[in-house]
Design a protein around this ligand. Structure first.
Ligand code: ZN
Length: 755
């Protein structure tokens, strides 16, 4: 007796150690690779060589239209010429096709270069944007993408020419309005016939390069990705999540045009630098750059040699795909429903068999099914409570997606989830039995697999496959008599859950940030439920261990992640001057401004009417009026016929600005042309307003047909960047930084005209 008891404990420990090792291996497999040095073979992508480009691009803030953006563009052109390509500039006006409150446009200068193919079957477009936001050095976003393309060109040129044409597109004004990409799709002859587009982005400074978005019916392009890239990190669930989120990149205009297929890749961890002045070369993890590049280079070669006639068309369906130990598992969309149904049947069969074997009765099983909802729901709630407490302790976290150094906090969330599941199990095991609790938990995974199959098919695998494996393993464990076979079956069933869900938890942390820690906590809780039959009977000991680990991780997290000069607390501030009244305001885009911004914007104000780019009910405070001239609005031609007025206006800023805005107040706009580009009819439906980035030096020409004759009210506004030098401005103290946003440090000057 003694002997078998010890053997059982040892066997159980071996199973747990195996699963722990498998968890680590699964997480390791989605880490970015080590960067190759400057002396790497010429035919390979070197992170160090690419980083040399990043160091150049990220020297200065290079917002679209700035002198620094001109320098970056010239650098790209020179580098491409050195590699033997013949780049040209597409000088055009792009427009935001995603209609919001108004219509956004920009003058853009895209760099376009073709690496000609030997026997082309179509075109590949490799794309990144070379502009930064107005306060950021853009080393990662999107210096990483630009450097990836430049080093890919160099490496491609050392080998045989590809079969297909590869078009390299370096867009401008992505940050403003995706306008460079839109202008390319809309008016560049190379884009007319469609093709395969590969976009490269960064929303942070580290982490794996995740292929997170595809065009619809993606099986073909995903197949090429899975077959070719050395470090596949991609999941069809990300595609589903991204389709719900309102985020956009340069990929969007291509996706929406309908004549392209393609893949969108970004690294997203280290999001504290995103769009902020800290997005500088020295903050970049070069492993992420290497990951971007190794995969980009492989994709260029694979698509470069493929038959694009089929690949540039949508496939029959979306694929399901996910990474397992450096391999991309994928299967066609038609398998989603059969697998989800099979998983449900397997769990139902297990429930039936468990009842027959006397493991539980129907009442206990139903109760266990209901009680399994407790950890599934409580773990995400606790993760959000933890974030709320962290924000209360460190108000500087409030506007952040993730703290600067989130890893210990992420471990704390995982330990919190483990504590929740283990305490729940320890409390209920005696009353309901481990089999009832395990089957109740698996049943929720099976149900979720069905729900996801219906509403987000690309995510169904996340719960359906662990439920299927757990169901089958449970059946085997109930049928066989040999102890070690039982254990082996249960361990292998749990292993499927580990390889699928552990990387999901890891990738979900940066995707939505600790601010939405509920998402990874939810999947961690589901993973915990699949492991129930392997938890030792005396579950209080591991529960106490997990609780202690939570306390330790949280304490270390708080100690490790403090704000300092290199890792400042972000705060957002703007300045708005209304020259009609001579009144000025400090305004913060944060709903609850931090300690510094509160000194200037400590009250509330409705500002949308005076400054159409702002909202009503914003944090604001009175400011001294600066001596800044409003933009001039003049009529250059005017005629009335048939009750309609046709007027051409010139909107000319009187200072150095980044953007200008024109709103028509008391007439309906029947048609409009801005800087030579007609505004589409659906943008004219409501009150007409157009925001223009990179205003021509001799003014913006706007031609309007209005539905009534006589004078009309126009609201104009322009915007420049930088608050220093404004009267009454208080500089940020050390440790307070500029929040990464498209409007940080914006100086607006508005005026009303009756013309
Ligand atoms: Zn970007």
């Amino acid at each position: 007796m003694e002997h078998t008891g010890v053997r059982r404990i040892v066997a159980g420990l071996v199973a747990l150690i195996f699963l722990a090792a498998l968890t680590l291996a699964s997480l390791w497999a989605v880490r970015p690779p080590s960067p190759l040095g400057p002396d790497a073979p010429a035919g390979e992508f070197s992170g160090a060589r690419a980083y040399a480009h990043v160091a150049k691009i990220g020297q200065n803030v290079h917002v679209a239209g700035s002198g620094a953006a001109d320098d970056v563009r010239a650098y790209i052109v020179r580098t491409l010429q050195d590699d033997g390509l013949d780049p040209r500039i597409q000088d055009a006006v792009g427009a935001d096709d995603a209609l919001g409150d108004g219509y956004t446009m920009a003058r853009v200068r895209n760099v376009v270069a073709v690496l000609p193919g030997t026997n082309p079957t179509g075109r590949i477009f490799m794309m990144a944007h070379y502009d930064s936001v107005q306060v950021s050095y853009g080393a990662n976003d999107d210096g990483a993408g630009v450097a990836t393309l430049l080093e890919t060109v160099r490496a491609l040129k050392t080998g045989p020419a590809p079969k297909n044409d590869i078009v390299f597109v370096f867009t401008e004004a992505e940050e403003a309005c995706l306008c460079g990409a839109e202008a390319f799709v809309h008016s560049d002859p190379l884009a007319a016939d469609g093709g395969v587009v590969l976009n490269f982005e960064a929303r942070g400074s580290s982490g794996p390069a995740i292929m997170f978005e595809t065009t619809r019916e993606n099986a073909g392009v995903v197949g090429v990705y899975g077959d070719s890239v050395p470090y596949p990190v991609a999941t069809s669930f990300a595609v589903e999540v991204y389709r719900i989120l309102p985020n956009d990149t340069d990929f969007s205009p291509f996706r929406d045009a309908g004549r392209f297929t393609g893949l969108n890749t970004a690294y997203i961890d280290g999001s504290a630098v995103y769009h902020s002045p800290e997005d500088r070369p020295e903050y970049m993890d070069q492993a992420s750059l290497q990951h971007h590049g190794s995969n980009a280079f492989a994709l260029a070669r694979a698509f470069g040699g493929a038959d694009l006639k089929t690949l540039s068309q949508p496939s029959a369906s979306d694929a399901t795909y996910f990474p397992v130990l450096r391999y991309l598992v994928r299967y066609p969309g038609w398998l989603v429903w059969p697998l989800a149904i099979l998983a449900l049947l397997a769990v139902l069969a297990l429930a039936w068999l468990g009842r027959r074997r006397g493991k539980f009765g129907f009442g206990r099983l139903s109760a266990a099914f209901g009680l399994a909802l407790v950890p599934i729901l409580l773990a995400p709630v606790l993760a959000q409570v933890l974030w709320a407490i962290l924000v209360a302790v460190r108000p500087g976290y409030r506007p952040m997606l993730d703290p600067w150094r989130p890893d210990w906090f992420r471990l704390a969330v995982v330990a919190l989830v483990a504590t929740t599941v283990l305490v729940w199990y320890a409390l209920l095991r005696k009353r309901f039995g481990s089999w009832a609790l395990a089957v109740g938990g698996l049943a929720w995974l099976a149900v979720l697999g069905i729900v996801l199959a219906a509403f987000a098919p690309g995510g169904s695998y996340l719960t359906a496959l662990p439920a299927l494996a757990g169901g089958v393993a449970g059946i085997v464990a109930l049928v066989v008599r040999t102890g070690w076979v039982k254990l082996l079956a249960l361990t292998l069933g749990a292993a499927v859950a580990v390889v699928i869900l552990a990387p999901t938890v890891l990738l979900f942390f940066p995707a939505l940030g600790l601010a939405t820690g509920a998402a990874p906590a939810f999947f961690a809780a589901l993973l915990g439920l699949t492991l129930i039959l392997l938890i030792p009977r005396r579950a209080w000991w591991p529960a106490i261990g997990a609780a202690l680990a939570f306390v330790v991780f949280l304490g270390v997290g708080l100690a490790v992640d403090s704000f300092d000069v290199r890792h400042p607390a972000p705060e957002q501030l703007m300045y708005a001057l209304d020259t009609d009244t001579g009144q000025a305001q400090w305004v913060s885009g944060d709903d609850r401004p931090g300690s510094w911004a509160k000194q200037l914007a400590g009250g509330r104000a409705d500002l949308k009417d005076e400054f159409p780019l702002l909202r009503d009910d914003m944090a604001a405070g009175p400011a001294q009026a600066a001596n800044l001239p409003a933009p001039a609005l003049t009529v250059t031609s005017d005629s009335t016929a048939g009750g309609q007025r046709t007027v051409t206006l010139n909107l000319k800023p009187q200072r150095s600005v980044r953007l200008a805005y024109l709103q028509v107040r008391d007439a309906h706009v029947i048609s409009a042309t801005v800087d030579g580009r007609p505004v589409p009819a659906d943008a004219l439906a409501g009150e007409f307003g157009v925001l223009f980035h990179n205003v021509p030096t001799d003014g913006l020409v706007v031609s309007l047909v209005l539905d009534k004759p006589g004078p009309t009210t126009f609201k104009v506004l322009d915007g420049s960047d930088g608050l220093a030098g404004l009267p009454g401005f208080i500089p940020r103290p050390a440790g307070i930084g500029v929040e990464g946003s498209h409007t940080s440090e914006l100086v607006m000057v508005a005026k009303t005209y009756h013309l």
